[in-house]
Design a protein around this ligand. Sequence first.
Ligand SMILES: [Zn+2]
Length: 651
Amino acid sequence: MPELVDLEAVREVLDIEVAGRGIEHVSITHPIAVRCRSHQFFREHVEGRRIEAVGRRGKFLFISLDDRTVIVINPMLAGRVQLCAKTARPRKSTCLQLTLDDGREVRYFDERQMGKIYLALDGDFSDIPQLNDLGPDALSPDLTKEGFIARMKRFRAPIKSVLTNQRCLAGIGNAYADEILFEAGISPLRRRASLSPEDLDRLYEAMLRVFRTALEEVRRRLGRDIHIEHREFMKVHRRDATTCQRCGNRLTVIGGRSRPTVFCRRCQPRSLASYRSEFPITERCIYLNHASTSPLPKRSLEAINAFFSSRQESGEQRDDQHFNALRETRSLLARLIEGDHRRLALTFNTSTGLNIVAQGLDLRGGDNVVVGEREFPANVYPWLHLRRKGVEVRLVPMPGGRLEVDTIREAIDRRTRIVAASLVQFSSGYRLDVAALAGLCHDQDIWLAIDGMQAGGAIAFEPDREGIDFFACAGAKWLMSPQGTAFLYCSAAGLAAIEPAYIGWLSVAGSEDFEHLLDFTRPLHDDARRLEVGSLPYHDFYGMRASVDLLLEVGIERIEEARLSLTDPLIAYLERRGFGIRGSTERARRSGIVAFEQTDAPDLARRLARRGIYLSAREGAIRVAPHFYNTPVEIEHLIAALDEEARDGPS
Ligand SMILES: [Zn+2]
């Protein structure tokens, strides 16, 4: 649909080409477009007159004649102005032809027949619908930044609707609004009122840049064929644009095909507060228990329900669809940790992942494994189970719930084959200095397995970069996914070293080809899928796919930032009031969990729950675990409640 840039370029050409020319003949072929007292009236006022100038305001084009009569064209969705020889065959959808005295014609054609042509006499535009309601022209040099911001502030709606509202600014349509918002890095879904002064500032600058570039591009391409619309240079609103030029993420398309909104969820993030609508629980209580389980986001529940509905209605398994969903889940998880999806296996829980490692590595009698003594049991039993093979398990002390690299160094020796540690301790929230531990392990040729249960989804973490061999993490906590979803990520060397203890029909290459299921000579998958064995709970992974997609959309760095700024005031309060904080208050050693000692921890947790604040008690401590969608106000409520509880004591 022609927008101000398209029309401005058309206007420039027409103004040069036809100003000064006489109109010899008028032909109206599709009468509906010409809104005038009568066609006779239109012809009488136009035939024999000379064109003085061609102007534009917003998405209206003006052809001014020498007697103050103006032909006003509102091309709406599909109208086009054409300049051609009068001998050229008219298109079927041509509505109006103005034959000039130089043998050429200005034509208006419209595939949709929705555009309108009016006649304004004596400079009187009062009868022309919509024209008098237009805001200032978005391309006008008179539109200053202050003027732009003042205009914006008069309208309340999602920002894209404001930009395309012709009463606010004239000329911006669906395509250019998408381009401007992409350029500004602002989500089209954000409400205008949620934009900061800096956001509006950025929006104005982005608008100028988009217009400047687009005008140059359109001018360069236009030539004399002014009826052809040029959009090839657009960054997001191009027909063949599927991935973001800036970040490589898949572009999101919402809305109908005739008026799609295209944007990049990563480069144009929504405000964190806007995500609260994904979590209905926020309407009822303050949920700070993500270290136990996350509430399931709305979109994930919808994905799971859609799976079951389809299963109920069609009965059959849509295996191709399901395999594809698993593939996408692996890719999304790999993106979350900046890893390689071919080294990521989907599993059921952290325990499964760690068992694949414990049983898959060639560990023998006399070898030893080093583990912290206060690790979560999921990261202890898989190793203890190796005792039956004569493998020694060395449990190292963890004073204050902290696993320190120095303690591990003291425990390892020549026969140490693997160190297994949580990136974030479940009871203290202490974040391991994993780079130092990886350095230590690599120097001595020791495998490093990380229990990522309290880290994945909460912490920006790249196992490959840190030199981790195995990273096992489940979905139900910070990844906001259903129980029964998890993954194991392996280094290249780690994956090669694992001899799978279990093999099944999905472990082998070509297993998705149901025509040749009985070919038992197939080799194992050359990627981590060989660890997946058999059918997975598809419905759960549909949920996980939606949840991880949500986390990627928010951005893991933003999640981490939000978490730190949420817990800063809590830590300050706890320090002020002399609570014994577990783990560490040092930023680099902090995680999603803030834990503080409390003799009656389970009781205090119950009392807080009665006040609508949900958190957990673990190992003599209260564990507070907010996620990105929690708010500073919720933390203030918690602090006030802790204060009151401290004053009143157990009831
Ligand atoms: Zn992007």
